[in-house]
Design a protein around this ligand. Structure first.
Ligand code: SAM
Length: 166
C-alpha cells in the first residue's frame, strides 16, 4: 500500500537533519505522509506538472509544515534542503543527479528503490556529483552529500536522462 511504503521511510528521514524536499511528488508520496508524521519538519513537495501541484496545494492548506513548488528539480536554487526524498522519480542514477544539487553539504538523498536497483550505478553517478552511498536499509538508497555541487551541475533539463552519469 502506498501509505505503508511512504511511512516505511519515516525513521530514516527523521534521523537526517534539515528541511525536506520530495522531488517528483506526483500525488504526494512520500512527502504528505512524512509531513503529517513529522510536524516539526518543513516538507516541500516539488513537482514538474502544474496540474499535479494544484491538487497538492489543497494539502498545503491542511498541513502548516507543507509547501508546494511547481518546477523541475534541475531548475531550483541549489543546496536549500537537508534531505531530498524521491520515490519512483526516475531511474536511480538520474534521480540521484536531480536530487543531490538540492541538498546542502552534509545532507542526504533518500531514494525509495526496488530490490533490483543497481547500487553500483547509484554509487558511480553519486561520485560524479559530490555524493557517496551510505548504509541503507532494505528498500532505500541513502546518499550523503560530501561536498559542494560540482561546476556544470545541475545539467540542463533533459540531459540527465539522455546522457545518464551511470
Ligand atoms: C512516477 S511519478 C511518482 C510520484 C510519487 N513520488 C509516487 O511515488 O507516487 C514521478 C513524478 O515525478 C515528476 N517529475 C519527473 N521529472 C521531474 C523533475 N525533473 N523535477 C520534478 N518533478 C519531476 C513527474 O511529473 C511525476 O509526477
Amino acid at each position: 500500500m502506498l501509505l505503508d511504503d511512504a511511512l516505511a521511510g519515516v525513521e530514516l528521514v527523521r534521523s537526517l537533519e534539515g528541511p525536506i524536499v520530495d522531488v517528483g511528488s506526483g500525488g504526494g508520496t512520500p512527502g504528505i505522509p512524512l509531513a503529517s508524521v513529522l510536524p516539526d519538519r518543513t516538507v516541500t513537495l516539488l513537482e514538474a506538472e502544474r496540474r499535479k501541484t494544484e491538487f497538492l496545494e489543497h494539502w498545503a492548506d491542511e498541513l502548516p509544515n507543507l509547501d508546494v513548488v511547481w518546477g523541475r528539480a534541475e531548475e531550483q536554487p541549489l543546496e536549500q534542503f537537508g534531505v531530498a526524498v524521491a520515490k519512483a522519480l526516475a531511474h536511480p542514477p538520474v534521480a540521484v543527479e536531480w536530487c543531490l544539487p538540492l541538498v546542502a553539504e552534509g545532507g542526504a538523498v533518500v531514494l525509495w528503490v526496488g530490490p533490483s536497483a543497481d547500487r553500483q550505478a547509484i554509487a558511480t553517478a553519486a561520485a560524479k556529483i559530490a555524493g557517496e552511498p551510505t548504509e541503507s536499509p532494505a528498500g532505500f538508497a541513502v546518499i550523503r552529500k560530501t561536498g559542494p555541487t560540482p561546476p556544470g551541475f545541475p545539467r540542463r533539463p533533459g540531459i540527465a536522462k539522455k546522457r545518464p552519469l551511470a
